[in-house]
Design a protein around this ligand. Structure first.
Ligand code: FMN
Length: 260
């Protein structure tokens, strides 16, 4: 089947920044050409989120939303597990970047990285982080605020072993976040290590592993027509002794609707 596309031009102050081809059926997109950035908007019509469909646990809703996403026909380039990770900088201010979600556990979201990178150092100093997911195909956003902790080394090892050899080599040699003066350095280091290993397994460096973000609050945003979006925020209630809860009991979450 031939997919009709419409050319969309994004311009600022009469200067064309880039052009994109969007599927003509892409719902609600303003397809006038050329357009300025402030003209780019679409109405969100995919669905709604009501209080009675909310499970007690936000991880359960996350899993449901994620499986619905995987059931959708996603373009190859779209990575549903890409998420923004925001951290506090030691110098004050915030930093964010994309990382890939690799596991969702009953009590947390897992990603893998270099512990000596900027994000690693930032988490060392302040483990309060935020995650953000945007799934435009379902008009959905999920925001997580929580505490990041290093995962057990067996989990890091297990995931490291599942990665392609080339990625394992890169993880060993890349000084993530550091300035690299020599443009050919990384490839040279990869080649050297590969030769040295002579086909043996690539070891996982100590500075590479996973983080688990244990959520304190999770917000689900479902885009709705005319900007009357549905937002529900789950906030974890403390499991202190005053509530007579032991750590292995399921968490209790307060759910509130938020203004869009
Ligand atoms: C789609 C995408 C996925 C990425 N996944 C990861 C990842 O899982 N882990 C990681 O360390 N960096 C990942 N990166 C690179 C980070 O965005 C970032 O450049 C890098 O981790 C260094 O960040 P930092 O200097 O703030 O520590 C990804 C980037 C993109 C665009």
């Amino acid at each position: 089947m031939e997919i009709k596309t419409t050319r969309i031009v994004i311009a600022a102050s009469n200067r064309c920044l880039f052009t994109a081809h969007l599927p003509a059926h892409h719902h609600g997109t303003n397809l006038e050409t050329p357009v300025t950035i402030h003209h780019l908007r679409r109405d969100y019509r995919y669905g709604s989120l009501t209080r009675d469909e909310l499970p007690h646990d936000p991880i359960a809703l996350f899993q449901t939303w994620f499986s619905e996403l995987r059931g959708a026909e996603l373009p190859e380039w779209f990575e549903p597990n890409a998420m923004t990770l925001a951290t506090h900088k030691a110098t004050g201010g915030a930093a964010c970047r994309i990382v890939l979600l690799k596991e969702v556990e009953p009590d947390g979201f897992l990603f893998f990285t270099n512990y000596q990178s900027n994000k690693g150092m930032e988490i060392n100093l302040d483990s309060r982080v935020s995650l953000g997911f945007y799934w435009p195909i379902l008009d959905r956003q999920v925001r997580v605020e929580g505490i990041a902790e290093r995962v057990e080394s067996e989990i890091s090892e297990h995931y490291f072993r599942s990665r392609p050899r080339s990625s394992q080599l890169s993880a060993n040699v890349s000084p993530q976040s550091e300035v690299i003066e020599d443009d050919s350095l990384l490839q040279r280091l990869v080649d050297e290590l590969d030769t040295k290993l002579a086909g043996a397994d690539v070891p996982r460096p100590d500075h590479w592993g996973g983080y688990r973000v244990r959520p304190i609050s999770v917000e689900f945003w479902q885009g709705r027509p005319s900007r009357l979006h549905d937002r529900f925020r789950y906030t974890k209630q403390s499991k202190g002794r005053s509530e007579g809860l032991s750590p292995d009991q399921p968490s209790i979450w307060k759910v509130e609707r938020l203004g869009p």
